[in-house]
Design a protein around this ligand. Structure first.
Ligand SMILES: CC(C)(COP(=O)(O)OP(=O)(O)OC[C@H]1O[C@@H](n2cnc3c(N)ncnc32)[C@H](O)[C@@H]1OP(=O)(O)O)[C@@H](O)C(=O)NCCC(=O)NCCS
Length: 181
């Protein structure tokens, strides 16, 4: 195990040194594979990043960006979590949890609701932290109108803030390029 000091940095995209941002991007590409990662990385930009550094190396990253989710006719200002990754040789050491704690603090102070689309590994981390699975149907508000996103049903998790939610009913996300959720 490395002796390098481990530190957490939380900053908006514009505040991060381009070189540090580039190291975070490379970690995301390393974990997700180049093809999927380009849009995943794009989805992280313009939000607040939480990075864990071990010396100069970025060993964990996550970001929260603003999106609008619609639920029961209400538009909810949502902190949407993206790009949560921990370097493979540093997993199960609490780094994912530390990144999430920083992002959850942003969500609690700035948004009505937290939300994210979970991978299998991610779902275990988020459930352990009190995030709740959305059991209702998922949708996206696209230029063609409201469309169902059945492939995402069961993979969306929320962290309720001020918004009142019925997790067995419908939830719709706003439009964007790449994965809608
Ligand atoms: C998901 C991921 C970020 C977790 O990071 P991590 O640093 O290993 O997570 P932590 O060590 O903070 O885990 C905290 C708790 O979450 C749960 N948890 C996290 N990963 C888990 C896993 N793979 N299996 C079971 N429980 C898990 C456990 O309760 C764990 O506590 P414990 O180790 O004391 O049992 C990491 O596995 C990863 O980068 N995976 C690949 C990319 C990915 O899928 N990212 C999520 C996208 S939605």
């Amino acid at each position: 195990m490395s002796e390098a000091p481990v530190s957490l940095q939380v900053a908006h995209t514009w505040e991060l040194e381009p070189e540090l941002l580039e190291r975070a991007r490379r970690l995301l590409y390393e974990v997700f594979g180049d093809e999927a990662a380009a849009e995943d990385w794009d989805h992280c930009l313009g939000g607040v990043h939480a990075l864990i550094l071990e010396g100069e190396a970025v060993i964990a990253h996550g970001a929260v960006v603003q999106r609008q989710l619609t639920h029961r006719g209400r538009v909810l200002r949502t902190g949407y979590v993206e790009g949560v990754v921990v370097r493979a040789d540093r997993r199960r050491g609490g780094h994912g949890g530390e990144v999430m704690a920083a992002l959850e603090a942003v969500i609690r102070r700035a948004y009505d609701l937290g939300a994210l689309g979970a991978s299998t590994d991610g779902a275990r981390l988020y459930s352990a932290r009190g995030w709740l699975r959305w059991t209702g149907r998922t949708w996206a508000l696209t230029p063609q109108g409201l469309v169902r996103t059945p492939g995402e049903d069961g993979d969306i998790y929320v962290l309720s803030g001020t918004a009142e939610l019925d997790r067995s009913s419908d939830l719709a996300c706003d439009y964007r390029s790449g994965d809608l959720w």
